[in-house]
Design a protein around this ligand. Sequence first.
Ligand code: G3P
Ligand code: MG
Length: 254
Amino acid sequence: MRNKTDDGLSALWPYPQWVAHRCGGKLAPENTLAGFDACVRHGYRMVEFDAKLSSDNQTFLLHDDTLDRTTNGRGDAAKQTWAHLAVLDAGSWFDRRFAGEHLPTLADAAARCERDGLAANIEIKPCPGRDALTGELVAAVALSLWRSQTPLLSSFSFDALAAARAAAPHLPRGMLFDEVPGDWRRIVGELQCVSLHADHRHLTQPLIDEIHAAGLRVLAYTVNDPVRARQLVQWGVDMICTDRLDLIGANALS
Ligand code: G3P
Ligand code: MG
């Protein structure tokens, strides 16, 4: 059972209200260490990023299944060894100022979180067919390398979160949904989640109240309009994930 506070919500929630999406939102190439710099520069204390496996099971940061959009590589990321992935340019697609930026390993991300005092929301983003192994290995690395602040694991994949739970039962978990399905209580119950993460466009005040009444926290993604962010805060959303670190969050909206 989770530890409950007086208001009925889980006590396992030491996280700030604002989290930088894909490391630095729209201010740096996504899922790179340059994004961590943008996060710190804008006063953010928590970073969200996407983690998956190379063909030889290195845990590293990348959003898409393929390399084409955010690196100078081509094809499926899951078919490449880490030796191949490690030398790709993951910055030039965004801006030539970031040429030479590399895909970070999960260990690189852990080191930056420790160095800069950042909390982490590690989104387990398996390539097709690799859900359970990705959940298991990402959770194992998170358990061994994060020291100061406990990372929050999340995923759209039930199987990945179930494997993460088996590998690191005490690391907190959040189930990710696009639109929250009718059977969300069963899903978060089976996975013993502390939080539910949803596309903000599908969140309403009554739904947020229902999720809170079930003892879970709510993360809304990806909120890039300050007016909408303010409304979600008024509705009681616990964490807002944004690309617009320059418009929303620690230094811009309170
Ligand atoms: O974890 C929130 C958000 O990152 C989920 O969507 O596609 O940006 O990983 P996506
Ligand atoms: Mg993500």
